[in-house]
Design a binder for this molecule. Structure first.
Ligand code: G6P
Length: 612
């Protein structure tokens, strides 16, 4: 949440900051702003809304300078407004600060500062940091030390970028629990919440760890611990190229990412089997027979779409490995005093690797002695670095706020982990393994098949159902989980009220909401449950619902009860989730398009949720 970028070098910082902020808009777009060191002090420009508004403001009222910081906001303290937009000045306009995170004790600090005569302009916690830094700076006349002393007083999370009008050659950066990297250029250096912001200029960066500070100048970068001791860090080289962070001819990042799924699944399957195809080989995972024998339960913990991918894993692991699996959203897990110990395997799932609740859940699990396996997309992210074992999902940048390809990659990872654990524990026969492997190999081309053939039909259904105000997704087993993800997508980008329900549970309440023309999406790909779900579809039909079914090819009797059907190619029961989800993604996408919504930047949401 919130994106930070900073530049110190020989060129005008403003264009670098603006393009960086545009790449970071997935982190929030309630307001944006820049602060630049000019000859006559720090110039700040900020505007409510997307970076485009800031761009317009800068055309009418420009600033320029060779050192600057920028911010794109997802509001936490104080409504989205010009006034609450970052950067924030200290009193006297000596210090300017951008901040990602939450200062939990800001009221106490603010009271102290007000007692000393400081005035506050905004409702944000960040302004407290700016004034506290200024207060220390007045005493010690050393910006780095003033920031360090401030950090000692702050409780909560932060990624900070700090400018001082007395120090025209530098930015101070600091991090705790919110991501921040220091990009290494030639004669210029950068700070950023994430690499896409600076990829145009460099792929090399230092990844700051918690409670580290950086003094960044055009020709040097020094990194310090919270005690002020200089430390050595190794350089991380990102593999991404600039194109990976562009739309490449698609109207939206979401559509581009939907169409990348055949490749993403293929990449995730490549090199994950032994040469003879008879075993799973997961680099970076040291979960062999010995470790697994010690495990008597599994927890899968995540947020949002990643949680649903984890839930697919729960259904698979329990059914195939026969081990108890609890699946929990991270914000619940971390406060429920979970029953975990050294015999628990905790699997955390995260695209960004920075989600605050998931990261805290991971730390809690480790503190209690559990072994933590992370399924993560962002290489070098906090979750990847903290976990005992990491399985990277190789999905590339996912920029659209609504997650699509990351889900398919995470579910593929769940397939691989399930097969690996099952094989290590002798819970799967060679024949079954071979059958699933054959089905897995077909998945990329089957996804492609849906993407090339289903779009006209889906657009037709969208036109038919676009007036729907309430949409239910029903299914059983894995189909229920897929429905959860489909429903989330529709809420996120089309802003439609939508609920997923276990098809068999519908009659215990929610069926009361079904009336003439209520849209029900019935996911019916699990053949062992086909007749049961079909009966539930009949029940909603009898009460006036319109039903759009997603079924496996060959099960055409679903047409007896559904108004419309989208068929997915035939596959093994355990692998239906990714295929069934593709039409759901397209349905949500074209619904949102038809309703004229901002698909890549849905209201109130952000991609990387680094606050609790
Ligand atoms: C936000 C995003 C979702 C994502 C969730 C978890 O809510 O909008 O798309 O699924 O966070 O994020 P993570 O990076 O941990 O997968």
């Amino acid at each position: 949440m919130c994106g930070i970028v900073g530049y110190v070098g020989r060129h005008n910082a403003v264009p670098v900051l603006i393009s960086g902020l545009e790449s970071l808009e997935y982190r929030g777009y309630d307001s944006a702003g820049v602060a630049v060191l000019q000859n006559d002090g720090i110039g700040i420009r900020k505007a409510k809304g997307k970076v485009d508004n800031l761009r317009t403001l800068l055309l009418n009222n420009p600033v320029s300078g060779k050192v600057g910081i920028g911010h794109t906001r997802w509001a936490t303290h104080g409504a989205p407004s010009d006034r609450n937009a970052h950067p924030h000045f200290s009193n006297g306009e000596v210090i300017a600060v951008v901040h990602n995170g939450i200062i939990e004790n800001y009221q106490e600090l603010k009271d102290e500062l007000e007692a000393k005569g400081y005035k506050f302009e905004s409702e944000t916690d960040t302004e407290t940091a700016a004034n506290l830094i200024y207060d220390f700076y007045k005493e010690c006349n050393d910006l780095l030390e003033a920031v360090r002393l401030t950090l000692e007083r702050i409780e909560g999370s932060y990624a900070l970028g700090v400018l001082c009008s007395d120090c025209p050659d530098q930015i101070i950066a600091a991090r705790k629990e919110s991501p921040l990297i220091i990009g290494i250029g030639q004669g210029e250096n950068f700070i950023a919440s994430d690499i896409p912001a600076i990829l145009e200029y460099t792929r090399d960066a230092y990844i700051l760890d918690d409670k580290e500070l950086a003094l960044v100048k055009a020709d040097s970068i020094q990194i310090f611990d919270i005690e002020g001791n200089e430390i050595e860090k190794s350089v991380y080289s990102y593999k991404w190229n600039v194109e990976a962070a562009q739309k490449s001819g698609y109207d939206h990042f979401m559509l581009k990412e939907i169409y990348e799924q055949p490749k993403v699944v293929k990449d995730n399957l490549a090199h994950r089997f032994s040469e003879d195809g008879k075993h799973i080989e997961l680099d970076g995972i040291k979960l062999g027979k010995e470790q697994l024998k010690n495990i008597n339960q599994i927890y899968i913990v995540a947020c949002g779409t990643a949680y649903y991918a984890g839930l697919v894993g729960k259904y698979l692991l329990e059914r195939i490995v026969r081990i108890p699996v609890n699946s929990e959203v991270a914000s619940e897990f971390r406060y429920k005093d979970p029953l975990i110990d050294e015999h628990t395997l905790v699997i955390v799932v995260s695209q960004s690797g920075e989600t605050a609740d998931t990261l805290s859940a991971l730390k809690l699990a480790k503190d209690r002695g559990a072994r933590v396996l992370a399924i993560v997309n962002a290489v070098g992210s906090s979750i990847a670095r903290e976990a005992d074992d990491v399985l990277y999902t190789l999905a590339g940048f996912e920029i659209a706020v609504a997650s699509t390809k990351a889900f398919s990659a995470q579910v593929t990872a769940m397939y691989l982990i399930t097969l690996h654990i099952a094989q290590e524990l002798g819970k799967i026969s060679d024949e079954d393994f071979a059958e699933i492997k054959t089905a897995l190999d077909k998945l990329p081309s089957q996804i492609n098949d849906i993407l090339t053939k289903a779009v006209p039909a889906i657009r037709k259904f969208v036109n038919k159902y676009i007036g729907s105000k309430n949409v239910f997704y029903i299914g059983r087993g894995l189909d229920y989980v897929v429905g959860m993800e489909g429903s989330l997508k529709l809420k996120e980008i089309a802003y439609l009220h939508s609920e997923p329900y276990a098809a068999g549970e519908l009659k215990h309440g929610p069926i009361a909401l079904i009336e003439e023309a209520t849209l029900v999406v019935g996911v019916v790909t699990q053949e062992s449950l086909f007749d049961k779900t079909k009966s539930n579809i009949k029940e909603v039909k009898a009460r006036g619902a319109k039903v759009l079914a997603i079924a496996m090819k060959g099960n055409s009797s679903i047409e007896e009860v559904a108004d419309d059907v989208i068929y997915i190619p035939r596959t093994h029961w355990m692998l239906t989730s990714i295929l069934a989800n593709i039409p759901q993604q397209l349905f949500a996408y074209y619904m949102a398009l038809g309703l004229g919504e901002d698909i890549d930047k849905p209201r109130n949401l952000a991609k990387s949720v680094t606050v609790e």
